[in-house]
Design a protein around this ligand. Structure first.
Ligand code: IMP
Ligand code: MG
Length: 175
């Protein structure tokens, strides 16, 4: 199994802190719409949402994932599945597993921003600043990590390791 970068306990602690920050940010704002970016965010979103005390509803959106990592550019992000309900006038929090180059989150912020939400912010469990190609503000951040491939807690490598309970660093020889 891949060596541990963040244990279940470390993740749970951090997710609780993020949930408290989000509770505080949106206190009194009415219903928050959490939009999880499939597939990677599904475990983070479910843990985060269950820690929130503010009213919220859940939506999912899906975009193309890396087939060939190196060919991913701003133009190659594609929408595979849209949210089910309109978000105009709503407070929206986009929930990502990881921000790598920033293209996915930039694309989604642009797309959702055209729909006139009352506000649009982003939460991501992980961020690899060394890989940034497109700068996008991250409002709620779990952990900053170096340029390594991480798996578990929703994150995969070719669909493997997604349901590991911890976040592991996948060494090149395991790819
Ligand atoms: P970006 O568009 O380059 O920021 O990539 C974001 C997406 O790439 C994430 O939502 C993940 O699906 C995927 N990704 C990037 N780095 C990793 C990683 O280390 N492990 C698993 N998936 C990753
Ligand atoms: Mg993803």
């Amino acid at each position: 199994m891949p060596p541990t970068l963040y244990s279940e306990e470390q993740i749970a602690e951090r997710v609780a802190v993020l949930a408290a920050q989000i509770d505080e940010e949106y206190a009194g704002a009415g219903q928050l719409v959490l939009i999880g970016v499939l597939k990677g965010s599904f475990i983070f979103l479910s843990d985060l949402a269950r820690k929130l005390t503010i009213p919220h509803r859940i939506e999912f959106i899906a975009v193309s994932s890396y087939g060939d990592r190196e060919s991913e550019t701003a133009d190659s992000v594609r929408l595979l599945m849209d949210v089910r309900h309109a978000i105009d006038g709503e407070h929206v929090l986009l929930v990502e597993d990881i921000v790598d180059t920033g293209h996915t989150i930039a694309y989604l912020k642009r797309l959702l921003g055209t729909r006139n939400p009352a506000s649009l912010k982003t939460a991501t469990l992980l961020h690899k600043p060394d890989r940034t190609e497109q700068e996008v503000a991250i409002d709620f951040l779990g952990f900053t990590i170096p340029d390594v491939w991480v798996v578990g807690y929703g994150l995969d490598y070719a669909e493997r390791y997604r349901t590991l309970p911890y976040i592991g660093e996948l060494p090149p020889e395991m790819r």
